[in-house]
Ligand binder design. Structure first.
Ligand code: FES
Ligand code: FE
Length: 385
């Protein structure tokens, strides 16, 4: 195990402050975050398997944009801005669905194929100047990794290898560790969506800290006793929290889970790894399943979180009962989001104008704050009052 540069003991004398309260409430800051984070970085949008055939589509909110993700006739994923090129009507208003072979705007019936090309429009033959590709849907760059479609709205996207794959490798200590779970080959056992009335950064900070575990996560600390000490596993490079001796599996009552993934290393067995992929993904690895959270920040005080529990395909195909393993992290999610919602209203309080405190061992959360403030210009009117 490689330690982060400073050990917790070395940091006891230096308390850090969190971001000031208005960073969690100000509309102007949220707008800057939309522009400089969510619209500028790789954003984990949909699970590839949710688009199970040509014409299956999902629409997702990324920053200020609606993005439409589908599969073309050859089954390849395609992403477009969900905006008709004629007069700007929202092309698809549903969150998901399937079209047969084309996307038709409900306003004046301009029609696009699944590669985004304009193929038909009323009286199109009388408009010879219209270039069907140029007036096609605006494409959005995408990558597939871990079985998900990641999209980036930036003209000049940051390196996916560095900012996504590299971030996971950095946390785990090497590039192979995550590959051993073969996440792309897993099947969806359960999905739960959480409508959280809190700022997305409170959710990230909560995920990165473990100071609250002993107070609010009785079931989790039973299975991972070291979490009761308050030290976040994410503080240490390559560290996974070890299961309690009496725990047979990562389940709500410590009962047996499923067979461990064939590919994982001996040292990954009976361990839980938590990884934050900025700006909006949490990856949780245990020996027999993987839990992925995707956040969709909707407003300064409103975030949708979609959480997937993934298992070996044979576990899902066999109809084996996954509820005990789902229940453990579902409770953790509910406990965490409840805590975030309890915190959100106080972000506007004068008591929190200068922010709160990061206790020793939370320098990695300080690093998250610095990453945010480095990327997000503060609108002048919303400088700390
Ligand atoms: Fe879509 Fe007119 S706005 S066809
Ligand atoms: Fe928690």
């Amino acid at each position: 195990m490689t330690m982060a540069p400073e050990s917790p003991a070395a940091t006891t004398s230096s308390l850090l402050a969190t971001l000031p309260g208005h960073w969690y409430t100000a509309p102007g800051i949220f707008r800057q975050e939309q522009e400089h984070l969510f619209e500028a970085m790789w954003f984990c949008a949909v699970r590839g398997a949710d688009l199970d055939r040509p014409g299956a589509f999902r629409t997702v909110r990324i920053g200020r944009e609606s993005v439409l993700i589908t599969r073309n006739r050859r089954g390849e994923p395609r992403a477009f801005l969900n905006v008709c090129r004629h007069r700007g009507a929202r092309l698809c208003t549903e969150e998901s669905g399937t079209v047969r072979r084309s996307l038709q705007c409900p306003y004046h019936a301009w029609t696009y194929d699944l590669d985004g090309r304009l193929t038909a429009a009323p009286n199109l033959q009388r408009m010879p100047d219209i270039d069907r590709v140029e007036r096609g849907l605006v494409p959005v760059r995408l990558r597939e990794w871990l079985g998900y479609v990641w999209v980036c709205l930036a003209e000049d996207p940051p390196s996916f290898e560095e900012t996504v794959i590299g971030a996971v490798a950095e946390r785990l200590g090497d590039a192979e560790s995550v590959e051993r779970y073969d996440v792309a080959g897993l099947a969806l056992g359960r999905r739960i969506s959480y409508d959280v009335r809190a700022n997305w950064k409170l959710i990230v900070e909560n995920f990165m800290e473990c100071y609250h575990c002993a107070t609010i996560h009785p079931e989790l600390t039973e299975v991972l006793p070291e979490f009761a000490d308050g030290l976040a596993a994410q503080y240490f490079v390559g560290h996974g929290a070890e299961f309690a001796e009496e725990a047979q599996g990562f389940t709500v009552d410590g009962s047996e889970g499923f067979g461990r993934f064939a590919g994982i290393a001996e040292e990954q067995d009976r361990r839980y790894y938590a990884i934050t992929v900025r700006p909006q993904v949490f990856l949780n690895l245990v020996p027999d399943h993987v839990i992925i959270h995707r956040m969709f920040p909707l407003a300064p005080d409103h975030t949708l979180v979609e959480c997937d529990w993934l298992y070996a395909p044979e576990v899902v195909a066999s109809d084996r009962d996954v509820s005990k393993s789902v229940e453990l992290f579902h409770r953790v999610n509910a406990q965490d989001f409840d805590a975030c919602e309890r915190t959100q209203p106080a972000m506007d309080s004068r008591a929190y104008r200068a922010g709160g405190v990061l206790v020793p061992s939370e320098h990695h959360i300080g690093a998250f704050h610095r990453w945010v403030t480095d990327h997000v210009p503060t609108p002048e009117a919303e400088e700390c009052p």
